[in-house]
Design a protein around this ligand. Structure first.
Ligand code: PLP
Length: 378
């Protein structure tokens, strides 16, 4: 594709950090760059504990292992999400309960969540799609007085806010992704966030193969040993070195995305007026990080027609998320397409357009021009 869907921005400082880490001879996790990046996240996001992980997938798995749940306890999550959100639930031996989305934001529909809460509900995972916050106020009131943990999947959400609070820091636990396609990247990486010290201590043990190695490195115990169940979820130093440089320019990168996002919004407004497409809505309680830009077409045929039209012209437009409930693994859990009709419909109508910090104006205006050209063909 001449214009890809997304492309990471790599600042010069990354190369300096990589040289430094390679010369240091310390490449495993929990080293200088890991600590430096974690401190930057604590300060920037205003969170007490930020632990770097090898991916958001792994941070989600850690969160589910931390629930202290019984087998078959339930976790509510949207079907419109990446496989990792549901896999984490299964890896911990829990039961995923899929809920509908609100087509205004593609985030979980709190009315449907309300219907799905039972005495078995152990946790709810709000996924902040496209870096736009879920309706956390409604979620908190649904969970009030009940022993339900809120674990935010903020894979898309670095730097975005809900009522002034950073996504990932609002619930009991939160997770971030630094995969190549995200706003802040290190190739593959993630973070586990919590303000709860008890959970943070346990998370460090899970992240370090079930050992108290982190306490040992802090000089709190004189040798480290196996203390409970765990895995290997720590981020290696070379990746932390990339991340440490990326965090410093996060606001600048998000602002560049914002310019392109707003351009698409303004330029495509006419087509929304003509009901050819619908534009995303950002609720008043949210400051977006403009992670991605999507439009909703009238139906699946129109979406596929525009997608092929743009691709034939070198523009990497694409769909997003095949609903989990109707994927083969979802069907094995007993779900059928018709259980979540809104998710089914809107995932077929959604089309993502190229958006990344180094996308130049000539290219994003070309994307808009070609969408208008396509609209004349229908
Ligand atoms: C909503 C959501 N959650 C989790 C993930 C997994 O992130 P990672 O690739 O860092 O494991 C993704 C990946 O894009 C995602 O979109």
């Amino acid at each position: 594709m001449r214009i890809p869907l997304s492309k990471p921005h790599i600042p010069k400082k990354v190369f300096e950090n990589i040289n430094e880490v390679l010369s240091s001879g310390k490449l495993s996790g929990d080293g200088f760059f890991c600590h430096s990046a974690e401190e930057k996240f604590r300060n920037k996001l205003k969170i007490k504990n930020a632990l770097l992980t090898s991916s958001c997938t792994h941070a989600l798995e850690m969160s589910m292992l931390l629930l202290d749940a019984k087998e078959n306890d339930e976790v509510i999550l949207p079907s419109f999400t990446f496989t990792s959100t549901a896999n984490a639930v299964l890896v911990a031996g829990l039961k995923p309960i899929f809920c509908e989305i609100d087509p205004q934001t593609m985030n979980m529909d709190m009315n449907d969540v309300a219907k799905k809460i039972t005495h078995k509900t152990k946790a709810i995972i709000p996924v902040h799609y496209a870096g736009v916050a879920c309706d956390m106020e409604s979620l908190f009131s649904l969970c009030e007085g009940q022993n339900i943990m809120i674990v935010e999947d903020a894979a898309h959400g670095i730097g975005a806010k809900w009522k002034g609070k950073s996504l990932g820091t609002i619930g009991h636990m939160g997770t971030l992704s630094f995969h190549d396609t995200k706003n802040v990247i290190c190739g593959e990486g993630g973070a586990f966030l919590t303000n709860n010290e008890f959970l943070a201590d346990k998370a460090q043990i899970i992240r370090e193969k079930g050992t108290n190695r982190s306490q040992f490195l802090r000089g709190q115990v004189d040798k480290y040993t196996w203390v409970e169940k765990g895995s290997s979820y720590i981020l290696a130093e070379p990746l932390a070195a990339i991340l440490s440089a990326e965090i410093d320019i996060m606001d600048e990168l998000n602002a560049k995305r914002g310019v392109i996002h707003n351009y698409y919004m303004e330029q495509l407004h006419d087509l929304e007026q003509k009901e050819i497409l619908a534009l995303p809505k950002i609720p008043h309680y949210c400051d977006s990080n403009y992670h991605l830009f999507y439009i909703i077409l009238k139906n699946e045929d129109a979406r596929n027609s525009l997608m092929s039209y743009l691709r034939a012209r070198g523009i990497g437009a694409t769909f997003h998320y095949i609903p989990l409930h109707s994927a083969p693994a979802g069907e094995c859990l007993g779900y059928k397409k018709e259980h979540l009709p809104i998710t089914e419909e809107y995932s077929k109508r959604l089309l993502r357009l190229p958006l990344f910090p180094d996308l130049i104006q000539d290219d994003y205006s070309y994307v808009v021009e070609e969408i208008f050209n396509w609209s004349k063909t229908i």
